[in-house]
Design a protein around this ligand. Structure first.
Ligand code: CUA
Length: 157
């Protein structure tokens, strides 16, 4: 079989590109410990209300620089409805869904996670500026999807 020179170049380009991409995935997964955005913790979606920490959703201080916010997502909203956290501190969001797939997305930040029933999603974020941050669901979850949002109030400590 004879391959034209350009075909060989193109084949080599394809193979090298594939190896580069596999290399990037391998390094981020194994060397940097990157896991799927949903996280790997599981929960029984029917028992969310009685399973810790979701039996007491809300803001909890871990130490002087770290806060955890436990949130339940459901059609069509988030619980607790009111979330107030300080600026300049690490905020650890812990989110799960009681029913279908939702998301927990704070536009213009790196917080954008899928919230899957049966899974617990985690994301840490530090708000630099105080203010009100609209938080939305960007996974279509039913007729009320467009009304599924909450607001996070970030205050100056
Ligand atoms: Cu929840 Cu869309």
């Amino acid at each position: 079989m004879h391959l034209h020179k350009f075909e060989k170049i193109w084949l080599a380009f394809g193979i090298i590109t594939l190896l580069v991409f596999l290399g990037i995935v391998g390094v981020t997964a194994f060397a940097q410990g990157q896991t799927p955005a949903g996280g790997l913790d599981t929960i029984d979606p029917d028992k969310v209300d009685t399973t810790a920490p979701f039996d007491k959703p809300g803001v909890r201080k871990i130490d002087d620089n770290t806060y955890e916010v436990v949130i339940k997502a459901m059609t069509y909203g988030y619980e607790p409805a009111e979330i107030k956290v300080p600026a300049g501190k690490e905020i650890r969001f812990t989110v799960t869904s009681k029913d279908v797939v939702h998301s927990f997305t704070i536009p213009h930040t790196k917080v954008n996670m899928m919230v899957v029933p049966g899974r617990i999603s985690h994301k840490s974020y530090t708000f630099d500026k105080p203010g009100k941050y609209l938080t939305i669901c960007n996974e279509y979850c039913g007729t009320g999807h467009h009304f599924m949002y909450t607001e996070i109030e970030v205050f100056e400590e």
